[in-house]
Ligand binder design. Structure first.
Ligand SMILES: NC(=O)c1ccc[n+]([C@@H]2O[C@H](COP(=O)([O-])OP(=O)(O)OC[C@H]3O[C@@H](n4cnc5c(N)ncnc54)[C@H](OP(=O)(O)O)[C@@H]3O)[C@@H](O)[C@H]2O)c1
Length: 310
């Protein structure tokens, strides 16, 4: 055995062609590195996450619609990273990216469903085509990649899905974000069911709920459809607010990436993680308001049941 392999049991097992139960190897402390698959790696959170994962010594299949945008990271990190073309609306490409992780790294430990975008328009004015495209990318993208990876994680009886929602997928109600927040609420519903189904299989699920972060999401990635006078005080006002503040949003995607990288090492990661002080405050206000309204209407709510049998 070489000196490097001697000091690294994971490498030693790899050199022997060991392909045993991944969870057992984790529990025995034999696998030192994890393999990640990350969607939407070209920019923003996705790119920061690839950088943080590779800097930690883990391996990654970094996927993007234009994987050549990751060439600099391939040059820097060499064998720790593979890139794959993936538009998340394409389930065949999702399956190919998962297969690449198996072929190149022998398994898959963490799947990050990060890719996403928004078009701002009043629901009345949003074309069905634009509405559907956002559901396809933001919700079905998550479904496609999760379903492609799930049989692998199931067989291993280990792994972690990290699903990007938004504070808007917990609180909702932002004028202009009808399709986007519909999709993000969908991501949360899908991921909650997934968590309960796969927990006994040794698989974890965490929903990420960022507030306002300084990526391209609210800038060059966002299209704002011109708004008529009747929607100016709602959607128009929200667009102006976003455009005037986007470059000063408090969230730092590099800090978020480090937090997420650390999450993947936990035995009991959170079911949901808010990111940013603004998200924490919005979530608190929304849950208090919802609890108060549910309480105020509780008698009416209960009166919908058949009377209790005497
Ligand atoms: N930034 C925020 O304030 C914020 C807040 C809450 C939630 N989020 C969520 O965070 C996630 C990442 O967004 P970001 O903030 O990093 O924005 P970003 O800087 O605009 O990056 C978005 C990434 O998603 C990719 N993408 C979009 N549609 C895709 C598709 N169909 N297939 C594959 N990749 C696709 C983009 O690829 P291209 O380069 O090819 O366009 C890009 O890499 C999203 O799910 C977003 O909804 C962001």
């Amino acid at each position: 055995m070489s000196l490097a392999a001697d000091q690294n049991p994971g490498l030693w097992l790899f050199m022997r062609g060991y392909r045993g139960n991944r969870q057992a190897r984790w529990q025995e402390g034999m696998v030192m590195t994890k393999t990640w698959l990350i969607t939407g790696s070209s920019r923003g959170f996705g790119r920061e996450l690839v950088k943080a994962v590779l800097a930690s010594g883990d391996q990654a299949v970094a996927t993007a619609r234009r994987p050549e945008r990751l060439d600099d990271l391939v040059r820097q990190y060499g064998n720790l990273v593979r890139t794959a073309p993936l538009d998340v609306t394409d389930p065949v490409a999702a399956a190919a990216a998962v297969q690449l992780a198996i072929t190149e790294f022998g398994g898959l430990d963490v799947v990050v469903n990060n890719a996403g975008y928004a078009v701002s328009a009043p629901i009345e004015a949003m074309t069905l085509e634009d509405f559907r495209a956002q559901i396809e990318a933001n919700l079905f993208g998550v479904v496609n990649v999760t379903k492609a990876a799930l049989p692998v994680l199931h067989k291993q009886r280990s792994g972690h899905f990290i699903q990007f929602s938004s504070i808007g997928g917990r609180v909702g109600g932002t004028p202009g974000m009808g399709a986007y927040q519909t999709a993000k609420f969908g991501v949360e519903g899908f991921s909650e069911v997934l968590r309960n189904e796969v927990k006994p299989l040794g698989i974890k699920v965490t929903i990420i709920e960022p507030g306002a972060f300084r990526t391209d999401w609210g800038g060059s990635s966002m299209t704002a459809v011109p708004v008529s006078a009747d929607y100016d005080q709602t959607v128009g006002e929200m667009n102006r607010y976003r455009e005037s503040t986007v470059n000063t949003w408090p969230g730092d995607p590099a800090r978020a990436a480090k937090i997420i990288t650390d999450l993947a090492g936990l035995d009991e990661p959170p079911a949901r993680l808010l990111l940013g002080a603004g998200a924490v405050e919005s979530a608190r206000e929304a849950s208090e308001a919802r609890a108060a309204e549910a309480e105020m209407w509780a008698d009416v709510s209960r009166s919908a049941d058949f009377p209790a049998r005497q």
